[in-house]
Write a protein of this length. Sequence first.
Length: 208
Amino acid sequence: MRFNTKEMCLRLFRLLRRVSRIDLHAFQVACISKMMGRELGLPVNRMNVIGFIHDIGLLNPVQVNQAKRTQGVDNASIRRWLVIDNELQESHSIIGSRIVRHVEDVSDLADVAEKHHYHAILLTPENDHDLTASIIHLADTVSISLLTGERTLEENESIRHRIVNSNEFLEKEKTAFEETSKKKGFWCTVVDKDTLHDEFEQDIRKPP
């Protein structure tokens, strides 16, 4: 069974709304990925969608049942979901890649979903899909930092410094993030759930 992009995003959004903070994480990664994609001349709509669904594998039944037993699905933070993921035989990245193969417009990016936690040493800078995976990884890292830290100018600068000086990401992506995160309104936008939701909803109504 194949889903078109809009159907999959709406289905996922309905699921994510029931999970505390994970819906905000998905919106943040989508938004940051889109902005970085624009900076690098990559297809913005595809970056937006793959950013939003990158963690779809977390919502597999085994993961959800484990979260429900240990903490309650509604109360589980993104870090708790990732802890559970590390305890499972098959990671959310692998499961997510299989799901992405059935989503129109981004089915060819299944390998990006699989690689979105890969460090730079495992990626090929000249490969567009590896570049995209590095963007998702970077956006994911920024989002988790925002969700677990304090919302201050000092913390924002600390996140930028850690990203730019990290060896986890490809150099091109780090430069793109540094430029993107300097733009007016970046940090305010990526923590405003209503703005992120409204912008994403408008985006998925546009043609791919």
